[in-house]
Design a protein around this ligand. Structure first.
Ligand SMILES: [Zn+2]
Ligand SMILES: [Zn+2]
Length: 130
């Protein structure tokens, strides 16, 4: 049995819980993620959308169609602006690992979109390119 994982935004307005194990953990360096995070990449703790639920607050949602033509529904706190999670078309929810109550739970094994990153991006050598 996996334990329940919880997290939320900086101000505490939006809280969530995850009841299943992550299906994938990765660092994404795509243009969208650089823009969303304001830094060199996005730490995605990806879970099945069915295992994820909001427990308090109502996030704001911004829909973005990626270059590949896929829509991502990006959820963030309307009060403090914290980037929280993105819901993809594949039934997966990519939770921002920094929003987990215990960010050490994030153990990335993959990295994606590592070309075209700014020269100052910190791309870990030990992760497999996806
Ligand atoms: Zn907030
Ligand atoms: Zn990305």
């Amino acid at each position: 049995m996996s334990k329940t994982v919880t997290g939320g935004c900086f101000c505490g307005e939006v809280r969530y819980e995850i009841t299943g194990d992550p299906v994938l953990q990765l660092l994404c360096f795509c243009e969208d993620c650089l823009s969303i995070t304001g830094t060199d990449g996005y730490a995605g703790y990806m879970v099945k959308s069915a295992d994820f639920r909001v427990t308090s607050g109502t996030p704001r949602v911004h829909d973005k169609i990626s270059k590949e033509g896929r829509t991502v529904h990006r959820n963030f706190c309307g009060i403090c602006g914290s980037n929280l999670w993105g819901v993809t078309e594949f039934g997966l929810t990519s939770v921002a690992a920094g929003s987990l109550d215990d960010p050490d739970l994030f153990q990335p094994s993959k990295k994606v979109f590592t070309s075209n990153t700014p020269h100052w991006a910190r791309i870990p050598d030990h992760l497999d390119e996806m």
